[in-house]
Design a protein around this ligand. Structure first.
Ligand code: ADP
Ligand code: MG
Length: 149
């Protein structure tokens, strides 16, 4: 389904709606080119889960982790832009980080993709004349809790 995100407020509300439904084991896969709004949506989700301070972009460190508490659940925020090969994900120890946590993944295709996981909420962000459009594909585990409309 498609969702219009005409401004930053709309992205913040969408992030809060995702955060309200997020469970350990889920992946929110955030696709779209540079400047598409992936980190902005990730920040909205992290803030709505209870993070008070700044949200660092993980584009340099690749993985940033957030504990629960203060978040409602443990969270991993990853940016796979700099990965050269999907198998580098194993070297990062992503699976260890993911136990009991939800994952927000920017550039998921560089990590081999997550769409095969039933807990994957795949979101592709595109520019539109007013703000952004989100194209949302929900895995099986998201039935009944898809956070739009
Ligand atoms: N819904 C939106 N409407 C208008 N501008 C947006 C929206 N979402 C994000 N932006 C803007 O787009 C720019 C790039 O966002 P960012 O999240 O850093 O992109 P990415 O992580 O995909 O490279 C930022 O200046 C941000 O404020
Ligand atoms: Mg980014």
């Amino acid at each position: 389904m498609k969702l219009a995100l005409p401004d930053l407020g709309a992205t913040a509300r969408f992030g809060a709606a995702i955060a309200a439904e997020l469970r350990p084991g889920d992946v929110v896969a955030l696709s779209g080119g540079l400047g598409a709004g992936k980190t902005t949506l990730a920040r909205a989700i992290i803030a709505a889960l209870g993070h008070g301070g700044e949200v660092l972009s993980p584009s340099f460190a690749i993985i940033e982790t957030y504990d629960s508490p203060p978040l409602r659940l443990p969270l991993v925020h990853a940016d796979f832009y700099r990965l050269n090969r999907p198998d580098e994900v194993e070297e990062l120890g992503l699976d260890d980080y993911r136990s009991d946590a939800a994952l927000l993944a920017e550039w998921p295709e560089n990590a081999g993709g997550f769409a095969h996981e039933p807990g994957c909420l795949a979101i592709t962000l595109e520019s539109s004349e007013s703000g952004r459009i989100a194209i949302v594909k929900a895995g099986q585990d998201w039935l009944g809790r898809v956070p739009c409309q």
